[in-house]
Design a protein. Structure first.
Length: 538
């Protein structure tokens, strides 16, 4: 791995509530994560990203922060955070923590001061308080503009004195006003607090949202949240956010050890995402364009090309991600475990950094049948019980095939786990050469052993050879050529069969790993549909 470790790192996302519970209250915690660090070291990841563990009323699973410098008692203590960092570092694992700068909790001291202060006060200036518009029947009884909450309904809530405050998410998550120097200074101090403790970087929640367009203009399009990530909106991806990240980069660079910033930025194009990664800004940004690609050779190739091309001018690594705590797990999204296995190997073969969401290495599907009375995502309530939200990808992961909550903890789990997950537990899969877990373990081992995997910034596509019968490498019948992707990186070749038929591969070199069963015929390897194979030439 290069000195800039983050350029080709495999980073494992821990959703803290659902990883491991140490105290039997049914909710995961920092000591639970610490107890499972050897598992992550054996898996072969380079770093772990932990979702928010700060003091919070938990209106949105910890993404409503009441105190940015204190661990919530539900998750442990600041001493537990320090111990986790020390042990992770001893095992060679870096730790990235989640930071939520777009909004605070409504229980945050600042917001409580704002509610107790009059309109126009410095306390209210830390947030977006506005007078409302007037209908024909009242004064200021309409929201200040037409912005919608990501969680459903209007993005404004009225206070007791008649003003309105902005919340792009839940009402319990008021948006901060980043035009205020006090807000900017506060978060520079928060960065330093956790960097001093030893964290290796920050994943920045809603990194594209802190700056709003001057005057908070109407969007003018009803249902405009359907445009998220595809069109320009006055509250997302404003140019002013980049000044913030230039200040943050100076802080990160003032610490030893290559501390990094990772943007969660939903933008209309890869080129807009690349703006967050200029040399004096952040280090990585999540590649949501890749995550949302359809499982077809054409769509996947296009998004790979676009992603690599967009990062090239800013000399930043591309990131690749298939699942996270906000989207449906890709086993379910792609429709089969076979496709998920193939997608994982493709992702891990691409140049740049890969993110693995907890449980994807077990092949966990989305839980689609959670009882309505256990749903906790605010999306469920805000949508009028029409959108079940994100709880289905957040169900606690299974560690053993039996026992309370399949080894998650001694007191059950905050969301019920399907009985079928006994066979998907870590203990059930370890040592089984056909399991998803052993595929991930093998893929990460091969990735470490072969320098052509992960490093660099480009791929050499071999699709022309597929049509003609590639000299020295690939040979696919015309009927399947359009469903096969193949690329070369040095001595390494990756072939993915997206098509419905078996593809024929002339065995040129050693087969390093395959996501599914391969057959041989004469000197050829037959690659089944929805299968990825890695090869290496001497």
């Amino acid at each position: 791995m290069t000195q800039d470790w983050w350029r080709e790192a495999v980073i494992y996302q821990v959703y803290v509530r659902s990883f491991a519970d140490s105290d039997g209250d049914g909710v995961g915690d920092l000591p639970g994560i610490r107890s499972r660090l050897p598992y992550l070291a054996d898996l072969g990841v380079d770093a772990v990203w932990i979702t928010p563990f700060y003091r919070s009323p938990m209106a949105d699973g910890g993404y409503d922060v009441a105190d940015y410098r204190t661990v919530d008692p539900m998750f442990g203590s600041n001493d537990d955070a320090r111990a986790l960092l020390d042990e992770a570092h001893a095992l060679g694992i870096r730790v990235i923590v989640d930071l939520v700068p777009n909004h605070t909790s409504d229980r945050h001291e600042w917001f409580q001061q704002a509610l107790a202060s009059p309109p126009g006060s410095p306390e209210r200036a830390r947030y977006h308080f506005r007078d409302g518009l007037s209908s024909s029947d009242g004064h200021g009884d309409l929201p200040p503009n037409d912005w919608e909450s990501v969680f459903g309904g209007p993005a404004w809530t009225r206070t007791a004195d008649g003003q309105w405050y902005l919340h792009l998410f839940a009402p319990e998550q008021p948006d901060l006003n980043w035009d205020q120097p006090e807000v900017r200074d506060e978060f520079l101090d928060v960065l330093r607090f956790w960097l001093d403790l030893g964290v290796d970087g920050f994943r920045i929640d809603v990194a594209h949202g802190m700056v709003k367009a001057d005057g908070l203009p109407d969007v003018g399009t009803p249902g405009h949240l359907k445009l998220l990530g595809t069109e320009s909106l006055p509250f997302f991806d404003q140019d002013g956010v980049h000044e913030i990240y230039r200040d943050w980069r100076k802080v990160l660079d003032s610490y030893p050890g290559n501390r990094i910033g990772v943007a969660e930025a939903w933008t209309p194009s890869p080129e807009r995402t690349a703006r967050y990664l200029r040399a004096d800004e952040l280090h990585q940004a999540f590649n949501f364009h890749y995550l949302t690609a359809e499982w077809t050779a054409a769509d996947v190739k296009q998004v790979i090309d676009d992603s690599l091309a967009a990062m090239r001018p800013v000399a930043a690594p591309t990131t690749w991600v298939l699942s996270n705590h906000d989207v449906q797990r890709h086993v379910t999204r792609y429709g089969s475990v076979a496709r998920a296995r193939a997608a994982a190997m493709l992702m891990l073969a691409l140049p740049g950094s890969a993110y693995v969401y907890q449980g994807e290495e077990l092949g966990l599907p989305e839980v689609l049948d959670l009882p309505e009375d256990v749903l906790q995502d605010p999306v469920w309530t805000r949508s009028g019980h029409t959108d079940r939200g994100r709880d289905g990808c957040r169900v606690p992961i299974p560690w053993t095939p039996d026992g309370p909550s399949f080894g998650f903890g001694d007191g059950g789990s905050w969301l019920p786990q399907p009985s079928s997950w006994a066979d998907l537990s870590v203990a059930s899969q370890l040592g089984d050469p056909n399991s998803v877990l052993e595929l991930y373990r093998s893929a990460l081992r091969v990735r470490r052993e072969h320098p052509d995997l992960g490093a660099g910034s480009d791929v050499e596509w071999l699709e022309e050879g597929l049509e003609e019968g590639l000299e020295g490498g690939l040979d696919a019948p015309a009927a399947t050529a359009t469903g096969v992707l193949a690329f070369r990186r040095g001595a390494f070749t990756c072939v993915v069969n997206f098509g419905p038929d078996v593809a024929r591969l002339r065995a040129d070199g050693e087969v390093l790993l395959a996501s599914g069963g391969l057959a041989t015929e004469d000197a050829d390897v037959l690659v089944p549909p929805d299968t990825t194979v890695w090869l290496s030439r001497p």
